[in-house]
Design a protein around this ligand. Structure first.
Ligand SMILES: [Cu+2]
Length: 293
């Protein structure tokens, strides 16, 4: 598990034709009611340090899974480039000031452990996108983006495109600098993660190991750049399949499907605050502990 130092990161569901069980009119079995199309599923494979993914992804609501075949943790941030070219976006690196106002962070599967996976549902309008991993390498603290984990992808409307948003069972709101988790949150079903703030925010989900606290997790993750984490095993694990969502621009949503086991969990946002020299939001209070009983 890498330590996530205070590096300055970039500021920043087939038509199921209703099968009539009584085939009273042979030859016209498609007259029964149709159920809604399921969302297209897209798999992005992460290696150290590259992405493999289709050149084209269907527009609309899409279930995106990141399969991590690397040895470090990875994420897949989807960014709608807007009026920026891919080359310009790549060149902007971690300088938020170089991003255009129509460049939109639309989420994506966050934090997958080596050999694991992470999924998130996102809404993709047609256009050019970049897929990026900002997680810093455990070896030198440099974001994986700088080591090659940035790739272009085209989002196009197809016959598979689904325009109905997921039906949410609960909501988590992101803003400066907090997570709002409902009191009755039970970690089950579809969670609508919404950025109601003014900066780009992410949600990283960690499960605290027995006896460990949010303070232990902060001590482990929020170390100065180039500093190794405290000795000993990490005080947390990632949740198989649910790493959270990477950055969401203001008013953007992503949806996470959860079935959390009882225990203590923590949410972190490592996105940088451009108004504060790029310090991670977690250092400004954007962490949250919650319990699933
Ligand atoms: Cu944040």
């Amino acid at each position: 598990m890498r330590a996530r130092g205070m590096v300055v990161l970039l500021a920043v569901g087939f038509a199921l034709a209703g099968c009539s069980s009584s085939s009273k009119s042979a030859g016209s079995s498609s007259t029964a009611t149709t159920t809604p199309k399921s969302r297209p599923k897209v798999t992005i494979t992460a290696h150290d340090y590259s992405f493999a993914l289709p050149a084209q992804i269907p527009a609309g609501y899409v279930d995106v899974t990141l399969a991590n075949r690397g040895k470090e943790d990875h994420q897949a941030q989807l960014v709608k480039l807007g009026s920026m070219t891919f080359a310009q976006f790549k060149a902007a690196g971690d300088d938020a000031a170089k991003l255009k106002p129509d460049t939109v962070f639309v989420g994506g599967p966050n934090e997958a452990a080596p050999g694991g996976s992470s999924s998130a549902t996102v809404k993709l309008d047609p256009g050019k996108y970049a897929v990026v991993c900002f997680i810093p390498s455990s070896k030198d603290g440099k974001p994986h983006e700088a080591k090659g984990m940035i790739k272009q992808v085209q989002v196009v409307r197809t016959a598979d495109s689904v325009d109905a948003p997921p039906v949410a069972d609960s909501t988590i709101e992101l803003s400066e600098f907090t997570f709002v988790v409902p009191k009755d949150f039970n970690g089950k079903g579809t969670v609508d993660v919404t950025n109601v703030g003014g900066q780009v925010h992410e949600l990283v989900l960690f499960k605290l190991n027995a006896g460990k606290t949010l303070a232990d997790l902060k001590k482990f993750l929020l170390v100065p750049p180039g500093t190794p984490p405290p000795a000993g095993p990490p005080p947390f694990t990632t949740v198989p399949g649910v790493g959270g969502t990477v950055g969401l621009s203001p008013k953007q949503h992503a949806w996470l499907t959860m079935n959390l086991a009882p225990g203590n969990y923590a949410l972190f946002c490592f996105f940088p605050d451009p108004a504060k020299g790029g310090i991670p939001h977690a250092l400004e209070g954007m962490t949250k502990e919650f319990t699933i009983s």
